[in-house]
Write a protein that binds this ligand. Sequence first.
Ligand SMILES: CC(=O)SCCNC(=O)CCNC(=O)[C@H](O)C(C)(C)COP(=O)(O)OP(=O)(O)OC[C@H]1O[C@@H](n2cnc3c(N)ncnc32)[C@H](O)[C@@H]1OP(=O)(O)O
Length: 166
Amino acid sequence: MESKSWKESYTELERLVLPPDTNIFNALYGGRLVEWIDNVAGIVATRHSRRRNVTGSIDSLFFLVPIHLGDIVTITGKLNYVTRSTMEIEVNVTTEEGLTGTRRVATKSFLTYVAVDQDGKPTDVPGLKIETEEDKRIFEEAEIRSKNRLALLAKIKADLKKQDTY
Ligand SMILES: CC(=O)SCCNC(=O)CCNC(=O)[C@H](O)C(C)(C)COP(=O)(O)OP(=O)(O)OC[C@H]1O[C@@H](n2cnc3c(N)ncnc32)[C@H](O)[C@@H]1OP(=O)(O)O
């Protein structure tokens, strides 16, 4: 399978925050934002792999500033790292005040998606082309996160096995 550049799957989504998206403080629901983030990451994973994909994990997600009714939210998804069946996707969210144009970073998160076959079993995806020094730096940083993530996953599974619940 031929490797692909991150540019082939880069995805950007813009949403105007409307009343059904907000809580009683006229701010965007966190859960709604997580849905949009997962959606963008899912598009990146599909464009890269051209396979069915499932969300494997969402790393810690910090909500840095509130997003208000009438704001314009921009969500970008970029592929950072690929192993055999797994893709790390970085999703950044900025919020823009409709009336002033002031933009602020609202969240940054890393999601992993696993490509699966018809039976839901992990399956191979194309590798990621490393074309620049910046691509290399991003790949190496993601590799460290991946190792930490898999160590945490292994610990969670081992603990659950001890309790006989996995
Ligand atoms: C888009 C959506 O909304 S999907 C809905 C939410 N997501 C889900 O329901 C997914 C539920 N989970 C599953 O189906 C399975 O646990 C899977 C497909 C993620 C993994 O299946 P397993 O048989 O456990 O995979 P296995 O242990 O063989 O690992 C396969 C690969 O996935 C990676 N992996 C497995 N679980 C995870 C995880 N939770 N997070 C990140 N990576 C994972 C492994 O590192 C391995 O990577 P590699 O092939 O690139 O080396």
